[in-house]
Design a protein around this ligand. Sequence first.
Ligand code: RP5
Length: 163
Amino acid sequence: MAGAPVAIIMGSQSDWATMRHAAEALDILGIPYDARIVSAHRTPDRLVSFAKGAKAEGFQVIIAGAGGAAHLPGMTAAMTPLPVFGVPVESKSLSGEDSLLSIVQMPAGIPVGTLAIGRAGAVNAALLAAAVLALHDSALAQRLDEWRARQTASVAERPSDEG
Ligand code: RP5
């Protein structure tokens, strides 16, 4: 979506099953986003053009999901001044530990804020993006507060056999 403040990028179509959870959280909070497939090794020119142009395109935060040799978030962060939140996608062979370690272990100098493996990381990346944007958007800050209040209200005091 043109003019969206959040870009969700991912290395493969197969990552969308995880990254759609970030998109859904942004939808709930009323934050426009643009979701794109950008592979660091399969579409390197697309990566360079996206990362170098992201700020000029109007993005304020980038959420980058990748699995395995998950160099996409780090390469993106190297080419943009925008904050990049990395989501390690659960891989088939190493259950996402490979993705996690390759995203979290950025050498000092180029940060990638790294979240949990899989759905939790995708949702939390969206919530972190929302918190960043809410610093300068009081209406969004209120929606984020309300979202948290609904979450709190949804937690029962006692466990049920049903749930
Ligand atoms: C990475 O390789 C992607 O981020 C994906 O998680 C992983 C596997 O990609 P596919 O083989 O499913 O396209 O680039």
